[in-house]
Write a protein of this length. Structure first.
Length: 93
């Protein structure tokens, strides 16, 4: 017997990719995996390493609901002397 899928409706444009900014420049991928991984399985984290992208990262979750949960809980979270800002990333179609 197959398990029923949750029937929760997601808002239009729901995405499993979060764009995070206002990060401490000394942040590591491990720091972000530890924090965001509390909300679900992470597929990938990309940290900006050029002058225009320093302090930013993309966090890609396996599941869109995990990304939404992380966004709801971590937007404005205090991490390494900074308040991080998280938003869903809209991808071009």
């Amino acid at each position: 017997m197959a398990l029923a899928r949750p029937t929760t409706k997601l808002p239009p444009g729901a995405n499993r990719i979060l764009f995070v900014k206002n990060l401490n420049y000394q942040i590591t991928g491990e720091d972000l995996y530890d924090l965001f991984g509390r909300y679900g399985t992470i597929r990938q984290i990309r940290i900006g390493n050029e002058s225009k992208t320093k302090g930013t990262a993309f966090v890609v979750f396996d599941d869109v609901m995990d990304a939404k949960n992380a966004l709801d809980h971590l937007n404005g979270f205090h991490l390494q002397e900074r308040y991080i800002l998280a938003a869903k990333k809209n991808l071009p179609r």
